[in-house]
Design a protein around this ligand. Sequence first.
Ligand code: UTP
Length: 224
Amino acid sequence: MRIVLRIGGSVIASPPDPKMLNRYVEVITQILREGHGMIIVVGGGRPAREFIQIAKDMGMEEPEQDEVAISISRVFAQLISMKMGGHEWKDVPTSLEEARDALRRRGVAVMGGLRPGMTTDAVAALAASEIDADLIIKATDQDGVYTKDPEKHPEAEKIDEMSFEDLAALLERERHTAGIHQIIDPEAARILRERRIRTIVVNGFNPENVLAALRGEKVGTLIH
Ligand code: UTP
């Protein structure tokens, strides 16, 4: 299978967690050993947000703020990449073409952000669409998609399975509750819906969940 794994900065980088990064390297290695090809897209989490603030305080505009966040996400991609392939794997793809190329040569590509004005979710969706992925797994800081933002609504319920149409409706509803970080970026959701790429959202603090999702076990939220 061709898989895109999106690892939230919230999971590996907030604060940066060497043990968790290494656990992901193990999981990725295992998936590769099973013969799957994979593009991994990581976010920069809290450090990225800190650098956004620094750029802002220095008087820079949003595109420049985003550029530093992208750089930070690439450092985390580089850590995973070099842990797997040593110094030779130090270069992180900075375009979809480069990611595709790395996938062809090595069976795996590890990347961070791409361009200002988007999220790593959107990068993952674009990568999935570029390689016509069979599956995208998002490893995040929640157990899956909830009926409402679980941080604010204790009565929110986890959804086990939903359609892309359900997800679009849910994101549209949530959009009006100002500024909350959505479980999936609506732009990414739109791309995945259009291409009908099977998507599973799992709790990334247990990297084994990624393996479970891949094996078709009931974990997180399946969107299809
Ligand atoms: P994300 O919010 O996508 O990453 O990017 P994350 O840290 O993994 O977040 P969690 O774990 O899901 O919460 C952080 C910021 O980096 C910039 C944007 O400002 C984005 O909000 N970014 C990222 C870009 O501008 N372009 C990209 O391609 C990626």
